[in-house]
Ligand binder design. Structure first.
Ligand code: RUQ
Ligand code: CUA
Ligand code: CA
Length: 615
């Protein structure tokens, strides 16, 4: 037997040592830890099929002109709420002449730029009633009914350009108010820059009529309401009233504007306003105290009132600070540094703030009381996000009772986060668990462009709110009462649909007739949507259970046009169709065109072959 050389032993030991070290090395344990972390993160977002998420997260759709509903924590996409842009899939504003089309078209363009979703509150909590959203590009505000998650109202705001920051006036939610970010000469529209002003508009939260406005020199960006019915706040980055981007960063300090709402109401009652385009406009210079400017570092962006209503925070954007302002005395009380590019701040239920850092691509968690006291350990944690976060929002952070469990980071760029689909990439959101001391990024999910802001509402709040079927309107067509009513060239077709039949299944009109279909979906179960497409006529309707849709159009040239159901609803979905028979002007119309028996059809066909006419 060959003696084992001492060298071999040493080598073996060395290898063994290396191998031994290898399985206990930092990198291995780090890998194991990260695998364990991934597994636990996966568990946190896993919501089994058939199980419901805890939260609805409602994201504004930016250039999509809509809002997106996601389930949290699963990050599953649930619905797009169509608002400022037609959506054929929802039968929303896609048929000229329909109610939703008329309302949208009457308010402006058929697209929008939605930024800030706002939920209604009662007693400092979400009440599950209304959801408001702004269209920054076309100066419109819309209201969504949370019973149906459908747009219920859209109004244009006069005297404003760039209707940006939107918030509800708390605690009553009597008004929603919207900030005019872009300055104009709204009195005489001369283009004379020396006359430029901006307005903050107060709208009746229900009708969306503009009740009054406060005008001032400068601009207003993001909005937030105090909680006691006195002040509302807005960040103002162009107190310079400049016309160029260089000019807008000239001053070292800009402002947070505080509007004293009761004082503004009093000024309106006392006639201290000028009526412009039908709206009482209070010039801030003429009513002392109505608008207080609180100096903050230059060009602030986010404006957020703490859940207890004590402070308003202005995020520095160009300054690495957040300015903490006493929401009652309007005094600046601290200006902690948080990182580069602070844009928006949100809250948990343990006294912590979470600020998005656009330049640092981070969410920074910091303690409010410690920052106010000047303690040097006020920064609690930082987490990287991917990439360049704009807004961030924690569950319930706009209410008096944040829940402190989830936070969403609305990132502006997704870079390599998802499968590449060309030069443009989807928007990216990240879900962050904020329930512990350390934040944990749990999941990332893409969306259409481009969510700016989000609100979360707990499933329990909406449990008994969201309806199963639409409330039948007085104009609904009832089963058995379907009919065709003619008045000269005007034809109203009162139609019902239910699995798997339209009634009537055929009707006749003349070329050029003004036809209006009143279609009621008489289903009584949730989710049984039917649709009607009419070939060549540009009509596509979707009607949810209980809903009535009215669609006017002009009948084209003579022929048979099969209207058919566009939503797969039953085994007889394909058979769910009917005929609009268009006849030349003057030809007699059959009031019951489907009452033709098979024998008659055969006889007719045979007659035609022999060249005989069929009476
Ligand atoms: S604004 S980040 Cu409307 Cu903050 Cu977009
Ligand atoms: Cu009704 Cu398909
Ligand atoms: Ca400025």
């Amino acid at each position: 037997m060959k003696p084992i050389s001492i060298l071999t032993v040493v080598a073996a030991l060395a290898i063994g040592t290396v191998a031994f070290l290898g399985c206990n090395s930092d990198s291995t344990s780090r890998k194991q830890k990260s695998a364990a972390a991934a597994a636990s993160a996966a568990q946190q977002v896993y919501v089994a099929p058939g199980k419901l998420d805890d939260y609805y997260a409602i994201l504004s759709g930016g250039q999509s002109g809509s809002m997106f509903v996601y389930g949290i924590p699963s990050c599953r996409f649930i619905k797009e709420i169509a608002v400022f842009e037609p959506r054929a899939g929802q039968g929303y504003a896609n048929n000229p002449g329909s109610e939703s089309y008329k309302r949208l078209a009457a308010s402006g363009p058929m697209w929008g730029d939605t930024h800030h979703p706002v939920l209604s509150q009662t007693d400092g909590k979400y009440d599950g009633k209304w959801l408001w959203i702004n269209d920054k590009a076309n100066d419109r505000i819309a209201k969504v009914d949370l019973r149906t998650f459908e747009t219920a109202e859209i109004k244009t705001v006069p005297n404003i350009q760039g209707s940006h920051g939107l918030a509800a006036y708390l605690p009553s939610c009597k008004y929603v108010f919207v900030n005019g970010e872009l300055e104009t000469d709204h009195t005489s529209n001369t283009g004379d820059a020396t006359k430029y002003r901006s307005v903050i508009a107060f709208l009746d939260a229900q009708t969306l009529e503009t009740k009054f406005q406060v005008s001032f020199v400068g601009n207003a960006d993001i909005a937030s309401s105090g909680k006691d019915g006195r002040y509302v706040f807005s960040t103002m980055y162009n107190t310079e009233n400049a016309l160029s981007s260089e000019g807008m960063i000239e001053r070292d300090r800009d402002a947070v504007g505080a509007i004293d709402v009761p004082l503004a109401e009093k000024a309106v009652a006392e006639g201290k306003f000028t009526k412009i385009n039908g709206v009482p406009v209070i010039e801030s210079e003429k009513v002392p105290g109505v608008l207080t400017l609180i100096p903050v570092p230059k060009n602030p962006h986010g404006c957020n009132v703490t859940p207890d209503g004590k402070y308003v925070l202005a995020s520095g954007k160009l300054s690495p600070t957040v300015t903490i302002i006493d929401a009652h005395t309007l005094k600046v009380i601290a200006e902690p540094e948080v990182g580069l590019g602070p844009l928006h701040t949100t809250f948990d239920n343990r006294g912590n703030c979470y600020t998005s850092l656009f330049v640092d691509s981070q969410i920074v968690k910091w303690n409010l009381e410690k920052a106010i006291k000047g303690a040097n350990d006020y920064i609690v944690d930082r987490v990287d996000v991917h990439y360049n976060v704009g807004h961030t929002k924690a569950a319930g952070a706009d209410t008096s009772y944040p829940s402190g469990d989830w936070l969403i980071s609305l990132n502006k760029l997704s870079k390599g986060m998802f499968l590449p689909v060309g030069p443009g990439m989807p928007e990216s959101q990240e879900l962050i668990d904020i329930s512990g001391d350390k934040m944990r990024v749990i999941a990332a999910f893409p969306s259409l462009p481009e969510p700016h802001d989000a609100v979360f509402i707990h499933r329990k709040v909406l449990e008994n709110v969201v309806v199963q079927t639409h409330h039948l309107e007085p104009t609904a067509v009832k089963l058995g009462e379907e009919k065709v009513v003619r008045n000269g060239s005007k034809v109203d077709v009162f139609m019902t649909c239910i699995r798997s039949k339209f009634v009537p299944e055929a009707f006749e009109v003349h070329e050029g007739d003004d036809v209006t279909i009143h279609l009621t979906n008489v289903e009584t179960v949730r989710d049984m949507t039917h649709g009607v497409a009419i070939p060549r006529h540009g009509i596509n309707i979707a009607v949810d259970p209980g809903q009535t849709t009215v669609v006017p159009f002009k009948a084209l040239k003579q022929g048979t046009y099969w209207y058919y159901c566009t939503w797969f609803c039953s085994a007889l979905h394909l058979e769910m169709r009917g005929r609009m028979i268009v006849k030349p002007t003057g030809e007699p119309l059959n009031e019951n065109p489907n009452a033709v028996s098979k024998a008659e059809k055969v006889a007719s066909a045979a007659g035609e072959k022999k060249g005989a006419s069929y009476e």
